[in-house]
Design a protein around this ligand. Structure first.
Ligand code: ADP
Ligand code: MG
Length: 239
């Protein structure tokens, strides 16, 4: 079966003040549709870089990224944006909502870029906001909401287009435990409905939602474990 995600020898080096930092140093990864993968490792090990590459928000310097068998790391910017818009939902630690758009407008925005008709867009955004328990806050601005509410709105934005792949980079990092729990519960539900989820988290409570944990250290994958039946080098690495 073709993996949903395949990274082959991904390298990414950032250079600031003339000092190169190798954020990813030859990462191989396969994730099949329907998996829920936690990405773990100490601060600075490359987790966000890997997720940004998976989300087509950043591109590797070397290596290949195949999404559903298609080489996406080599696409032109406009085509990458199109793939990202249709295939990938991304949830950030800092929510990243647009401050002068209402919650509903924020959720509709990716659908605007898809060219979806206004009525359908609105219906989808409202359904997504209903889903995350934010239907009564649709006309609020993000600044009028708590962190937990903003993150739920951000999850609605990520899922309104029903992407097959949901990426979340420390989505509970700024939340108290009750709100963190609610967001993680949502991700688990989405996974149960068939969405493939890759989650960066430091919190062992939440890492347990995933069935597989990929650990990075110094820009390399140092372990890849499937929970439950003791198999190592998890199902994502099977053909
Ligand atoms: P993590 O999410 O695991 O904490 P990151 O992927 O954010 O790690 O960062 C990996 C390494 O790359 C770190 O050493 C970090 O300082 C460096 N890095 C990340 N982004 C940049 C950037 N835009 N410019 C320079 N260095 C960066
Ligand atoms: Mg990070």
């Amino acid at each position: 079966m073709t993996p949903l995600i395949e990274l082959q020898q991904i390298r990414r080096t950032y250079t600031s003040h003339d000092v190169p930092t190798r954020a990813l140093d030859g990462v191989d990864l396969r994730v099949h549709a329907g998996e829920y993968v936690a990405v773990a490792g100490p601060s600075g090990c490359g987790k966000s870089t890997m997720l940004a590459i998976l989300g087509l928000l950043d591109a590797p310097d070397e290596g290949a990224y195949l999404l559903n068998g298609r080489a996406v790391s080599v696409l032109a910017a406009a085509e990458r944006a199109r793939v990202r818009n249709r295939e990938i939902g991304f949830v950030f630690q800092a929510y990243n909502l647009i401050g002068d758009l209402t919650v509903r407008e924020n959720v509709e925005l990716p659908l605007v870029y898809r060219g979806m008709p206004a009525a359908e867009r609105r219906a989808r955004a409202e359904a997504a906001l209903e889903r995350v328990g934010m239907a009564d806050r649709m006309e609020h601005l993000p600044g009028e909401l708590s962190g937990g509410q903003q993150q739920r709105a951000a999850v609605a934005r990520a899922i309104a287009g029903e992407p097959p792949l949901l990426l979340a980079d420390e989505p509970t990092g700024n939340l108290d435990s009750a709100n963190g729990e609610a967001v993680m519960e949502l991700l688990a539900e989405l996974h149960a409905e068939g969405t493939t989820v890759c989650l960066v988290t430091h919190d062992p409570r939440y890492a347990g939602h995933a069935h597989r944990t990929v650990r990075l250290f110094d820009g390399r994958v140092v372990s890849d474990e499937v929970r439950g039946n003791g198999r190592e080098q998890g199902i994502g690495n099977r053909e």
